[in-house]
Design a protein around this ligand. Sequence first.
Ligand code: ADP
Ligand code: MG
Length: 288
Amino acid sequence: SVPASIASALSAGARRGLLMKGGAVIEAAAGIRHVALDKTGTLTRGRPAVVRILPAPGIGEAVLLATAAGVEAGSGHPLAQAILHRAAEAGIAPPPARAARALPGQGVEAVLGESRAWVVSPRHAATLGGLHDAGAAEALEAEGMTVVAVLDEHRPLGLIALRDEPRPDAAEAMRQLRAMGIEATMLTGDNPRTAQAIAGTLGIGFQAAMLPADKLAAIREMAAQGGVMMIGDGINDAPALKQASVGVAMGSGTDVALETADAAILRDRVADVPALIRLARATMGNIR
Ligand code: ADP
Ligand code: MG
């Protein structure tokens, strides 16, 4: 049986769109020392927009966009949505793709016509042998943009730069966590330059270029020093959400994140993170 004060904290949370899967979540949230947050879709809106298109020499912008849209057509990733939106604006219908497959933390691959094609991080493109302008990619990333490379089996097709703004309440939420004595760290699959630009504006630390397994390892390390809360929205966050003392899903995220998490922030407010911990601390303070 759940003590009355825990039951009332659960319903107080629910009223503001903070769902917790049981009273044990309150107890664990009261002991949080470290908060880890995913970048895309958690600290940022997760609605990136295409801001630059850089075709490789000899490639037309339309070919670049069409290939990217074809590869991304089946992906639910925010970067995919932005690329499909930009292609639609340009009047380009995605060409049919087969065997599309997500490469978690790296991008997507699919077969278009006769050739396999990819939309991936510049880092992964380099390992596939198809990055034509690493310098341009790095310069755009240092300005806080996320850059993806488009290539097929024959050649690099170009770069697409996207910008995803931090959520409007993210910086204030990070200030509140700091005031509560909680350390916040951004974990991202994005590259260190983009990560530095965004974490810098939020005043928090970061770890970048992380694959899902790296996020999991980072949570394990933080957990060795005390309670750790992980907030994320994607399939790539699921292992880390499960490992954390409290895993919290952003409500507009993927079903996988929602199913794995101990709690969900339905209204996508980053400020609900410190609010959840305050509610938990107050509740456990009353019980003790
Ligand atoms: P985050 O941890 O910030 O949520 P992800 O792990 O989802 O980021 O993605 C990390 C990186 O992998 C992206 O910055 C991008 O370079 C690449 N990537 C992932 N999914 C896609 C996709 N659908 N299209 C293009 N690039 C992708
Ligand atoms: Mg994400």
